[in-house]
Each structure stands twice: as structure tokens, then as C-alpha cells.
Design a binder for this molecule. Structure first.
Ligand code: EPU
Length: 422
């Protein structure tokens, strides 16, 4: 197994490129199941989760080729409507095939995702929405069996805004009979990206990015070419990398409009952020100035993203004063706390709150990645820790960050991937 080794203390400087968004690419790839025509996708990031969903799509009949930056996909016929446990247990987002499969084939058999490192993560809202659209659903031996001759439009209200739930139902509704209204829908930019992709294929979706999405069903979808949006969480992680190392990074090919909450909080810590149309320059506070502590509460978009909570905690660990981070989306998303403590951070947990008392420096230590964003937080902490930080179990990192060690070493980090000797 690989590990990441970092020698901390080097300010990062230079240009760093953002890849396409994992959480936009996954639902878009799943939605290619809706049509038998050719799709050309650009900007699909090279990540483990993307490979997992591509393998799953191939098992269902997709023909996928990579040509440079382009991913060519055609699902001429569906040969299997099953997403086995092997795919779902490595990547919960495999649930995103449920809506498209059901809409295209009238049936789907998808292994039910279990809990994961960041919490229980139920999917009852996906299932209830599909039932409202006429699907007959049963769960047997850990598998969701869904059937519907043709889904019909319905009015669905989500008790909580769910990102993949909104995406699953939006994709399913595209081929349903009549109009579907999704209320209290997730407003995340990745939902908007999926809607743009689907509309480019002939779908009729209005209101994506607001709490009410209206979808008028069509009888079939075409193909087309589409560029996946940049990854706002990768961009946000690089923003914190500039701030924590007191360096200066030009973060290229990103969309600052989707990062308003992160920009605002980073500015409050003393970093300077200059925004362009598709880039940002982030300059950390100078060495003689303290990094100010800020309080953060994670919320659905446009609130502060839960996927940036761990990274901001790494920054708060070396801030001046006390900061309170409240996690409202996932109940178990504090796995990084124990590892940050091993590096000298002073963090106390009380329910969904983390109280962080900033310390003047962190010290490098062997630590273990427990989930994707926790891994990113440990890298950020390693970048400023005194001495060496060894991060093991980095397969979590590989699920969501494309070549992060190459990108960071090109801007001055001393970071490398090494084979772990067991
Ligand atoms: N929820 C339910 N029932 C449901 C669905 C969700 O109770 O049927 C709850 C969840 O337990 C959670 C809240 O609703 O408390 C929001 O969860 P959501 O469904 O929005 O999360 P998700 O769709 O499973 C996506 C991202 C996550 C990101 C969250 C929140 C993808 C593939 N995953 O997950 O990304 O944290 O939205 O923004 O888009 C990551 O990239 O590291 C990651 C975990």
C-alpha cells in the first residue's frame, strides 16, 4: 500500500491546476445510461471513484474509450441492470445508477449502500421519490429491486436537501411521462452541472440550482459533448494550502463563484483572495501576522461545504485563538480530529461541535487517513508541521484528488508517494 510522506515548512508558490469535479463527473457518467447515443465528456478527472463507476457502466453494457482529455461513452444497449455489492461498497455514489437504469430499462437491482466512515448516510429519500413516480421497490438480501414500466411525473418533496438524491430523481424524471417537480432540492453546483449535461442531450429541466426543479419528461435522449465543471472542493483545498503555508497560489481553471463561503472565511483568517473569471490568487497572511480563528458551520450549498470542513480545521489548528466548527450534514465526520491531535492540535469534540484552540505549530507524525477529506486535512497539516508526516491508507485520497502529490510538489511542497513496507 502507498503512503504519502511530507516534510513540512515550505510555503507554496506558483500556479496549480484544478481537475474536473468528481461529484459532477459521477452523476454525469451514470446519466449516460439514459441514452443509446454517443457522448464525449471532457474534464473527467482520473480518480479511483471514476474508474469504479466506469467499470460498473461497462458491466452494464457501456463502451468507454479515453482519448486524451476526452472520455467517449456509448451505451447502445443495456445488458445488465445490476450494480453489485462490489461496486457499491467501494463507492456509495454507485447508487446514482438507480434512477437512470430504472428510467431506461424499467428495472434496476442495486446493492443497498451501508454506513460509511462519515456517518450512516441513508438513501430512503431516493427510494421514496422513485416510489412517488410509480416505481415498485423492495429490498431483499441487501439489494434494492426497483421496477416501473414507465415512470410517471410526480411532485416530490425532500425532507432534507440531498445531493445524490436530487441527481438520481432528476435523471429518472427526464424520461418519465409528464412533469416532475422536486421541492427542497439540493442547490449544489454539481446538480446544475448534471442538469446542463442532460439538457444538452435533449432533456427539459428548469430551475436546477434552486430549491424547485421542474422536469418535463421526453421520450428519448440524444448524445453530445460536455465539459465537466471544475472541482470546487479541490480548488478550496488548494486555497487552504496557500493560506496554511503562508504562500501564494494562483489556482487555475476553477470557478470562484461557487466558492463564496470558502473565500469569505479564508479572508476572515487573514488570507488575501483575488478572483478572476476562472482563477483565484490566494495569498496567505504574512509571517509576522497571526492567522485569525473563525467559526464555521457546514450547511447545504450555498452554505459552507461539509467537504471543506476537515481542511479548514487543519488551518484553525494553527490559528490564533479559539474556533468552533459545527458539522450539520454528517454526524460522524470528525475522523480527522484524532489524527490532527497526534500532530499536536488541541481539539475538543462535543457532539457536532469541534472546539479548536490554535497552537503555534504542529509536529509531523505518522497518521492514518480515514476518509477522503480527512486525508486532505492531514496533507494540509503535514505541509506546515515541523519534521516529517507519514500518511497511510491514502487510497481514500486517490478516490477524490487527481495526482495531488505531483500538483503540490510542483508548487514547492516536499511531498512524495512511497510504497509502504508491511
Ligand atoms: N440523507 C438522508 N436520507 C437520504 C439522503 C440523505 O437522511 O435519503 C441525509 C444524509 O445522511 C446527510 C444529508 O441528508 O445527513 C445530506 O446528504 P446528501 O444526500 O446530500 O449526501 P450525498 O448525496 O450522499 C454528496 C457528495 C458528498 C457530499 C454531500 C454533501 C457525491 C457523490 N457525494 O453526498 O461528497 O459530502 O453530497 O454535500 O456527490 C466527498 O466528496 O467527500 C463527499 C462525501
Amino acid at each position: 500500500m502507498d503512503k504519502i510522506v511530507i516534510s513540512g515548512g515550505k510555503p507554496l508558490r506558483g500556479d496549480i491546476h484544478v481537475s474536473g469535479a468528481k461529484n459532477a463527473a459521477l452523476p454525469i457518467l451514470a446519466a449516460t445510461l439514459l441514452s443509446k447515443e454517443d457522448h464525449i465528456l471532457y474534464g473527467v478527472p482520473k480518480l479511483m471513484d471514476v474508474e469504479t463507476i466506469q467499470r460498473l457502466l461497462c458491466s452494464m453494457g457501456a463502451d468507454i474509450k479515453e482519448e486524451g482529455d476526452a472520455c467517449l461513452i456509448r451505451v447502445k444497449a443495456i445488458k445488465s441492470c445490476e450494480a453489485p455489492y462490489e461496486s457499491v461498497k467501494t463507492m456509495r455514489a454507485a447508487i446514482l445508477v438507480l434512477g437512470p437504469l430504472l428510467a431506461r430499462c424499467g428495472e434496476a437491482h442495486v446493492s443497498l449502500p451501508g454506513g460509511c466512515a462519515i456517518g450512516p448516510r441513508p438513501i430512503q429519500m431516493h427510494l421514496a421519490g422513485l416510489e412517488k413516480m410509480g416505481a415498485v421497490i423492495s429490498i431483499e438480501h441487501g439489494v434494492i429491486h426497483a421496477k416501473a414500466r414507465r415512470l410517471s411525473g410526480a411532485h416530490v418533496y425532500f425532507d432534507l436537501p440531498t445531493v445524490t438524491g436530487t441527481e438520481n430523481l432528476m435523471s429518472a424524471a427526464v424520461l418519465a411521462e409528464g412533469e416532475t417537480v422536486l421541492d427542497n432540492a439540493a442547490c449544489e453546483p454539481e446538480v446544475v452541472d448534471l442538469a446542463r449535461f442532460l439538457n444538452g442531450c435533449g432533456a427539459r429541466i428548469h430551475g436546477a440550482g434552486t430549491e424547485r426543479i421542474t422536469i418535463t419528461g421526453v421520450s428519448s435522449l440524444g448524445g453530445g459533448s460536455y465539459r465537466v465543471m471544475p472541482d470546487r472542493i479541490e480548488a478550496g483545498t488548494f486555497m487552504v494550502a496557500a493560506a496554511i503555508t503562508r504562500g501564494e497560489l494562483a489556482i487555475l481553471e476553477c470557478d470562484p463563484a461557487y466558492l463564496v463561503s470558502v473565500i469569505d472565511k479564508l479572508q476572515d483568517t487573514g488570507a488575501t483572495v483575488t478572483e478572476g473569471k476562472d482563477f483565484m490568487v490566494v495569498k496567505g497572511a504574512p509571517a509576522h501576522k497571526k492567522i485569525r480563528s473563525v467559526d464555521i458551520k457546514t450547511l447545504p450549498y450555498p452554505g459552507f461545504p461539509t467537504d471543506m470542513q476537515a481542511q479548514m480545521m487543519a488551518l484553525m489548528a494553527i490559528s490564533d485563538g479559539l474556533s468552533v466548527i459545527t458539522e450539520t450534514i454528517f454526524e460522524g465526520r470528525f475522523n480527522h480530529v484524532a489524527e490532527l491531535r497526534r500532530m499536536g492540535a488541541e481539539i475538543r469534540l462535543e457532539g457536532s461541535h469541534a472546539f479548536i484552540k490554535g497552537v503555534s505549530s504542529l509536529s509531523g507524525a505518522p497518521v492514518m487517513a480515514s476518509d477522503l477529506r480527512a486525508s486532505a486535512a492531514l496533507i494540509l497539516a503535514g505541509l506546515i508541521a515541523q519534521g516529517e508526516t507519514d500518511i497511510s491508507r491514502i487510497y481514500h485520497l486517490d478516490r477524490g484528488y487527481a495526482k495531488i502529490e505531483d500538483k503540490l510538489s510542483q508548487v514547492g511542497a516536499s511531498i512524495q508517494r512511497v510504497k509502504e513496507v508491511i
